[in-house]
Design a protein around this ligand. Structure first.
Ligand SMILES: Nc1ncnc2c1ncn2[C@@H]1O[C@H](COP(=O)(O)OP(=O)(O)O)[C@@H](O)[C@H]1O
Ligand SMILES: [Mg+2]
Length: 388
């Protein structure tokens, strides 16, 4: 069974009186692939830097294997880091780039106090070759970094961080500089490497799809606080609040009333659902994913609305439907033209009920969907350029 390796206890961090981490509590298991996910500025890098020992928290503790390590310097932690701007040494070949950490190894190795002095050349060669195997770059040892593709360079950076055999690897948006196709390949590759070396990866990204693809556990953050911790399936299927529902995938988020267990009311109509445990007639937020909505003949619809926008997406149509002034996104393979009146049906398991939160009313209406699309593209383009 998995064993706890790192624990963050009540971590707080402030810059200029501004709280950027607000009582963070989290444990990370040995051999786990855990991802910190959230919008730019939510505190992901700050959290990673504290785990790595590059920043000191204002209050709270970092425990490693049950021992408080707040005052242990980075090089004495069994933790290494890969940054997005990974800067290989341009004048050294691949072999020497990877060997660098081993040649620099401290004379008194904290991981092995009995060992004094440096590793033998033979041992270094063995370890570097083992790493080249892990990153699938055998035969590349004499190449200089500028003779490698971006993805290959990134793999060398990962090998360089792994060669010292840390127990934990921290990765801060390591794929941000790569183009989409390469990024997708590297996601699979990174997951494979993590499983092969069998250590803990703590990964930072603002890309929800990346998080869903790679992680055992996702930690969704906003404004220095944890919103939800769970498996990718938990986070997608059972978001805790409107922020998480909106950040992960597409969501229609509708104001509702939980009449009683297994019955929720929206637009004055009652919908059978599978959720329970709320107060009688408690106001709630209801999430309905665009792919969970069926279009049916008007007279069979639980609700009826008017199509106001259609976008062909290859696999499906994204259609925007106005239900009494609130616009939903529906993904369907059936084409309905703009102006059409349609009925919809939602199966009980397509409805997810959430408690009201500070995020209620902020998300989940697709009134400005095409605008939102443009903004999203702009934001992503901007971030790719200056994200660090
Ligand atoms: N060295 C610093 N000095 C002042 N503010 C900082 C510093 N580092 C980060 N911040 C602020 O802390 C917040 C969290 O930053 P960060 O952890 O880098 O977020 P993320 O990695 O999620 O984008 C942001 O508001 C950022 O501006
Ligand atoms: Mg960051």
């Amino acid at each position: 069974m998995s064993k706890e390796l790192i624990r963050l206890r009540d971590l707080c961090m402030a810059y200029d009186d501004e709280l950027v981490l607000d009582h963070l509590n989290l444990y990370i298991n040995d051999k786990e692939f855990l991802t910190l996910l959230g919008p730019s500025g939510c505190g992901k890098t700050t959290t990673l830097r504290i785990i790595g020992g590059f920043s000191t928290p204002a209050s709270g503790d970092v425990l490693f294997d049950g021992v408080r390590i707040n005052d242990v310097p980075p090089y004495q932690r069994q933790i290494n880091t890969v940054f997005q701007k990974y800067a290989l040494f341009p004048h050294l070949n691949v072999f020497e780039n990877i060997a660098f950490g081993l040649r620099m190894q401290r004379r008194s190795d904290p991981k092995d106090p009995k060992r004094k002095g440096k590793l033998s050349e033979e041992e270094i060669r063995e370890r570097v070759m083992e790493m080249l195997e892990v990153i699938s770059l055998k035969g590349f040892e004499n190449r200089k970094p500028d003779a490698l593709s971006g993805g290959q360079q990134q793999r060398v950076a990962i090998a360089r961080a792994l060669v010292n055999r840390p127990k934990v690897l921290l990765l801060d948006e390591p794929l941000g500089a790569l183009d989409l196709k390469l990024r997708k390949d590297m996601q699979i590759e990174l997951k494979r490497i993590q499983q092969q070396v069998g250590i803990t990866f703590i990964y930072v990204t603002h890309d929800q799809e990346e998080a869903l693809t790679m992680s055992d556990t996702i930690v969704v953050m906003d404004k220095g606080t944890i919103q939800q911790i769970g498996t990718p399936e938990d986070i997608y299927n059972e978001p805790k609040n409107a922020f998480v529902a909106d950040f992960i995938g597409e969501s229609n988020i509708i104001d509702g009333i939980m009449v009683r267990d297994n019955l929720v009311q929206m637009y004055g109509r009652q919908f059978p659902c599978l959720d329970g445990g709320f107060g009688e007639n408690e106001p709630v937020d209801v999430v309905i994913r665009p792919e969970d909505i069926d279009i049916v003949p008007l007279e069979q619809g639980q609700l009826t609305g008017t199509v106001t926008g259609v976008t062909f997406k290859g696999m499906q149509y994204d259609i925007i439907v106005d239900f009494r002034g609130f616009k939903w996104l529906i993904q369907t393979t059936d084409h309905s033209p703009v102006g059409a009146k349609i009925g919809i049906k939602i199966d009980p398991d397509g409805i997810h009920v959430m408690k009201k939160s500070v995020y209620s009313g902020m998300y989940g209406d697709y009134s400005s969907f095409s605008d939102a699309y443009d903004e999203l593209d702009d934001a992503e383009a901007g971030e790719d350029e200056d994200e660090t």
